[in-house]
Design a protein around this ligand. Structure first.
Ligand code: HEC
Ligand code: HEC
Ligand code: HEC
Ligand code: HEC
Length: 106
């Protein structure tokens, strides 16, 4: 009986820990970029359901894109990386905005 109890407590702990880790990694509901060209509102929650995390978080960690893009020499400028990623998928799936002012709102 004692063993079963310990097992239950352990499992409950593991489950809550896993939930916590997932919740932490879940990401924001919405991300707002504010370049001079005009504000881009990115519905993160909606996009999470469309493809794997790694399609966008290609480094396998959930760091800010701008921690590398526009910073390190090997990473393309943020503007180019985002335009490639965002626009290409919208074109391919024939859904989502592809025109400047559909994304950039002043
Ligand atoms: C369509 C692209 C896309 C997909 C798919 C996606 N994300 Fe994101 N995610 C982003 C962008 C863009 C940001 C904003 C990063 C920034 O501010 O530079 C972000 C931010 C985050 C952040 C916050 C990072 C920080 O330090 O501010 C977390 C955590 C995160 N995403 C987790 C996830 C998880 C988990 C998944 C899969 C279930 C996922 N994302 C799927 C594009 C995506
Ligand atoms: C740890 C550094 C780092 C982080 C964080 C990072 N990237 Fe990158 N990214 C790179 C490097 C380096 C390259 C170029 C080499 C390669 O393709 O892997 C790259 C390439 C890309 C490309 C391909 C560009 C092209 O023209 O083919 C896209 C798109 C991209 N990143 C988008 C993102 C997005 C969106 C985020 C945030 C969700 C992000 N990256 C986070 C370092 C990073
Ligand atoms: C894997 C494909 C994919 C990628 C990558 C992607 N999108 Fe989308 N996006 C879509 C699809 C599909 C829709 C249409 C969703 C719908 O109509 O239900 C959409 C819709 C949108 C919309 C309009 C609807 C809304 O959610 O407000 C905006 C704005 C948008 N995307 C911005 C972005 C930005 C910014 C990025 C890059 C950080 C991006 N998307 C990356 C597939 C993608
Ligand atoms: C799918 C959404 C989307 C579309 C369509 C789009 N952009 Fe962007 N654009 C972005 C995102 C996201 C960024 C990155 C913002 C950041 O890093 O703060 C960006 C960045 C930029 C920047 C750099 C911002 C700065 O002030 O440094 C310029 C300039 C720009 N876009 C111009 C354009 C033009 C011109 C078009 C049309 C030909 C266009 N964009 C279409 C999403 C989009």
């Amino acid at each position: 009986m004692k063993k079963v109890l310990i097992l239950c407590v352990t499992m409950a702990l593991v489950t809550s820990l896993a939930t916590l880790v997932i919740a932490q990694n879940q990401g924001p509901d919405e991300v707002t970029f504010t370049p001079k060209m005009g504000t881009v509102t990115f519905n993160h929650a909606a996009h999470q359901g469309l493809t794997d995390c790694a399609t966008c978080h290609h480094t396998g960690e959930f760091a800010q894109c701008s921690s590398c893009h526009g910073v390190t020499d090997d990473a393309p400028k943020a503007k180019d990386a985002f335009h490639t990623l965002c626009k290409d998928c919208h074109k391919e799936s024939a859904k989502g905005p592809t025109k400047c002012k559909e994304c950039h709102v002043k």
